[in-house]
Design a protein around this ligand. Structure first.
Ligand code: SAM
Length: 309
């Protein structure tokens, strides 16, 4: 199941590998401290029974992301959001105006109670994400069709918004927060907590990171994250691209294992041609409660993905 948002760094393709691994564990609380568009959660929910007794915590430091999912989960705001989106034109001028006032991390006081600000932010994120290109929110161009069909881009904007009620039903009981990830991890830890972390990557040469976070993650930040998760009682799944120094650090720690994903992405161009790009992603897993803990052996998955939906 894909998300309502197209999001740079979204893990739609990884969810096919991560979710079956997650389902091998017993958990009563599921926490995503870096939620973004939440691809892994949607895929996980598809496999869980509606009445399974799991607490969900959805967190993102971005006020835009927080506002969006807060509105979708709210019993009144989700209807208002959908109505406003239905009335929104698919327009390059609108996208350009929004780009000029865009900041992913805004300082809005009392956002939690400010319904107007929540709705404005939610609307803005959907428009930028679905009228933009490749989920890049920072002025990355206007989303036009690359598959030859004139209606393709339009339907990518108008169709998903009609699914807002379905997503509302899935998350109306989730806790949605707007805090720093480390605070959320510390507060939510427990014997049967499962963390799925998809932080901004540390990339030696910092390419591409500022698409959603100006500074990207430093190596020190990534190390602190793995240190913190190693001290937790709960289980952890962490996505990261394969970076030698990160891998050396994690694999030297007890009980962590790595799943490799060899990914081929198809990057669409306006001429209708596709460029193939190969990259190596991984998922680091720490689970203390079953046989998975024993093995550090590499599993190799190959998949073909359309990164830009
Ligand atoms: C790679 S994206 C997550 C994508 C997500 N897994 C998906 O499938 O759509 C990383 C997210 O972490 C958020 N983020 C960055 N730094 C954070 C922090 N210190 N605490 C919480 N969230 C943070 C960003 O706003 C961004 O939405």
């Amino acid at each position: 199941m894909s998300s309502l948002l197209v999001y740079f760094g979204g893990k739609h393709y990884q969810s096919r590998v991560i979710v079956p691994e997650m389902l091998k564990h017993k958990f009563t609380c599921y926490v995503e401290p870096y939620f973004g568009a939440g691809h892994v959660l949607w895929s996980l929910m598809k496999h869980l029974r509606q009445n399974s007794r799991i607490d969900y915590i959805i967190n993102d430091l971005s006020q835009l992301v927080y506002s969006f999912w807060k509105c979708v989960s709210d019993k009144n705001l989700y209807k208002e959001l959908m109505q406003r989106l239905i009335e929104t034109p698919y327009s390059r001028d609108l996208k350009r105006d929004l780009d000029q006032t865009m900041t992913l991390y805004m300082d809005i006081e009392n956002l939690g109670n400010n319904r107007r600000a929540l709705l404005d932010n939610a609307w803005r994120l959907y428009v930028l994400s679905r009228q933009g290109y490749g989920g890049k929110l920072d002025g990355g161009g206007w989303g036009i069709s690359y598959n030859g069909s004139p209606n393709h881009a339009l339907s990518k904007f108008y169709k998903p918004m009609l699914k807002i009620p379905r997503y509302h039903k899935m998350i109306h009981r989730c806790q949605i927060t707007n805090q720093d990830a480390f605070a959320v991890i510390k507060a939510a830890d427990g014997d049967y907590t499962m963390f799925y972390c998809d932080p901004p990557y540390f990339d030696g040469d910092k390419k591409g990171l500022d698409a959603y976070l100006n500074e990207g993650a430093s190596f020190a930040y990534i190390k602190k994250l793995f240190d913190l998760l190693s001290e937790c009682k709960g289980m952890s799944f962490v996505s990261h691209s394969y970076i030698q120094v990160v891998d050396d650090y994690v694999m030297a720690k007890p009980y962590w294992r790595r799943i490799d994903l060899k990914v081929t992405s198809r990057l669409g161009s306006t001429t209708g041609r596709c460029n193939l790009k190969k990259f190596h992603d991984c998922v680091y897993v720490l689970a203390r409660d079953d046989q998975l803990v024993q093995s550090k052996q590499m599993d190799l998955f190959e998949c073909m993905v359309d990164v830009y939906e």
